[in-house]
Design a protein around this ligand. Structure first.
Ligand SMILES: NC(=O)c1ccc[n+]([C@@H]2O[C@H](COP(=O)([O-])OP(=O)(O)OC[C@H]3O[C@@H](n4cnc5c(N)ncnc54)[C@H](OP(=O)(O)O)[C@@H]3O)[C@@H](O)[C@H]2O)c1
Length: 249
């Protein structure tokens, strides 16, 4: 219950889905937790539902907002022990229908936003801290309609390796979580009609060896492992939380 006692943890994209589940879990383990989001409605809902957790509006794609976010954490809490860089968007479109705005939107939030959040956050992280990045098993797959999303997540996985080596001398561990299909609000933001979404979901579930989609709390458990001392000799890793989909399917 006290695996994160006294730790200060920042979770970007922590207002819904696996970020919110992780915030709740981290808090239950004794951490002081700060979450971010950008949508006013879900921010408001998170303020109601995530009792005792600091909820901050901060656009993951905006470098100035990231700098202000980290400066605010430093001012209010003095330091940051755990960063879960989890904010992300997933949109699907066949490559011949992708325009620059579609491409930039996903890269700006998923890849660029993750990079600059880590750059800033480690400036206030004492030696011995933990950085966790959310990628996706899509980073290692050739999924039709997901070329941009998958590449943005491949960038995240790649950042994880470089950050891990750069931060190892400070004993800051950097690990990546690669979820498979997890039941979260992201599905409804995908941009596909409900019928197509239902088909996609059925198709994906069929490809998971465990024959179900995952739950946000199952990702939270992986994040807790990386955030806590339980993973004291693990860095640069990429953990699929996917019911076996990446390696076994
Ligand atoms: N669910 C899956 O099947 C799955 C699989 C693989 C990887 N992932 C990854 O898991 C992560 C979490 O997603 P989720 O499934 O839990 O979906 P989710 O419920 O939609 O959560 C996404 C979070 O990111 C935030 N976010 C999105 N754009 C943002 C922006 N510009 N600035 C700040 N926050 C922003 C959202 O808040 P706002 O809406 O308020 O901005 C929300 O808190 C994402 O990186 C996603 O790519 C999900």
């Amino acid at each position: 219950m006290d695996r994160l006692k006294g730790k200060i943890a920042l979770i970007s994209g922590g207002t819904t889905g696996m970020g919110a589940a992780t915030a709740t879990r981290f808090k239950a383990e004794g951490a002081t937790v700060i979450v971010t989001g950008s949508n006013p409605e879900t921010l408001e809902a998170a303020r109601r539902e995530l009792a005792g957790i600091e909820v901050i509006a901060s656009d993951a794609a905006d470098t100035k907002a990231i700098e202000a976010l980290v400066a605010g954490v430093k001012q209010r809490h003095g330091r940051l022990d755990v960063l879960f860089a989890n904010a992300g968007v997933a949109k699907g479109a066949p490559t011949d229908q992708v325009d620059e705005a579609f491409f930039d939107h996903q890269f700006d939030i998923n890849a660029r936003g993750t990079f600059f959040l880590v750059r800033e956050a480690v400036t206030i992280m004492p030696d011995g801290g933990s950085v966790i990045l959310t990628s996706s098993i899509a980073h290692a797959q050739g999924l039709p309609g997901l070329s941009v999303y998958a590449a943005s997540k491949a960038a995240v996985r790649s950042f994880g390796r470089a950050f891990a080596t750069e931060l190892a001398p400070r004993n800051i561990r950097v690990n990546v979580i690669s979820p498979g299909p997890i039941e979260t609000p992201i599905w409804n933001k995908f941009g596909a009609p409900a019928e197509q979404l239902a088909k996609m979901r059925e198709n994906l579930t069929g490809k998971v060896p465990m024959k179900r989609v995952g739950r946000p709390d199952e990702v939270a458990a992986a994040a807790l492992f990386f955030a806590s001392d339980e993973s004291s000799f693990t860095t640069g890793a990429d953990l699929p939380v996917d019911g076996g989909m990446l390696d076994l399917a």
